[in-house]
Design a protein around this ligand. Structure first.
Ligand code: MN
Length: 230
């Protein structure tokens, strides 16, 4: 059978040390650090919840380079959310937290870019968040580092600076739902596949960026992610 339009290209995230990770789906966890949940008006005591971005929202950034995103349409309040990203190497469903680490291929630093004004409007109206979260270039991501070389990442600083000024600051040990628990909850709702990425939530300090800003995201033990807003 021949395709009637060109099939979409596979989105590939570079792997530190060589090779590429093909992206299947991008899952995201909402409000997963207490202080960030509080800054969004919540208690930080709710069960985990998820949303998705399309695979081609990923903007892979090569180690040592500065990625570029276009300022997106329809918004006047584009927010940065720095996050630890988990790359799934082995799929499965109903994975238990105690067994979850076997399913992790590696980790990266990612940005869950958010059209906050549109997201807030959708929240107010009880409508889906897609227009606020799942737009083009909404998921810049740095190189993926194999878990074989990092070990399980359970603590360590996670920070974001804009134009050299600190904005977000937290520690992976402050995740309300840790990575293994996220995988347990997520795989109860969807069958995880090799190639899935999970954005695990952002610490406090989310704020707006404008054209010309450069974001520098860091998670201890992983290559820095630098992204300019064009
Ligand atoms: Mn987020």
């Amino acid at each position: 059978m021949s395709f009637v339009v060109a099939p979409p290209p596979t989105v590939a995230v570079p792997v530190a040390g060589g090779g590429a990770f093909p992206v299947h789906r991008i899952y995201c966890v909402g409000r997963n650090y207490v202080e960030h949940a509080q800054e969004m008006g919540f208690s930080g005591r709710e069960p985990p919840f998820f949303f998705m971005k399309p695979a081609d929202a990923a903007v892979p950034v090569v180690d040592g380079e500065t990625g570029r995103i276009e300022y997106p349409s329809l918004t006047g309040n584009l927010h940065h959310e720095i996050e630890l990203v988990v790359a799934i190497g082995m799929g499965g469903r109903d994975i238990k937290a105690a067994d979850a680490a076997r399913h992790i291929w590696g980790y990266a630093v990612g940005l869950d870019m958010t059209r906050r004004d549109l997201q807030n409007e959708m929240k107010k109206q009880g409508r889906p968040w897609c227009i606020g979260k799942a737009f083009e270039q909404a998921a810049p991501i740095g190189p993926i580092v194999p878990i074989a070389s990092t070990g399980e990442l359970t603590h360590g600083a996670i920070t974001l600076a804009v134009n050299g000024q600190p904005r977000q600051k937290g520690d992976l040990k402050e995740l309300i739902w840790n990575v293994n628990e996220i995988i347990e909850h997520l795989s109860a709702a969807w069958t995880l596949q090799p190639g899935d990425l999970i954005f695990t939530g952002t610490p406090a300090g989310v704020a707006a960026v404008t054209r010309g800003d450069v974001m520098e995201g860091r998670v201890e033990g992983l290559p820095e992610l630098r992204v300019a807003v064009a």
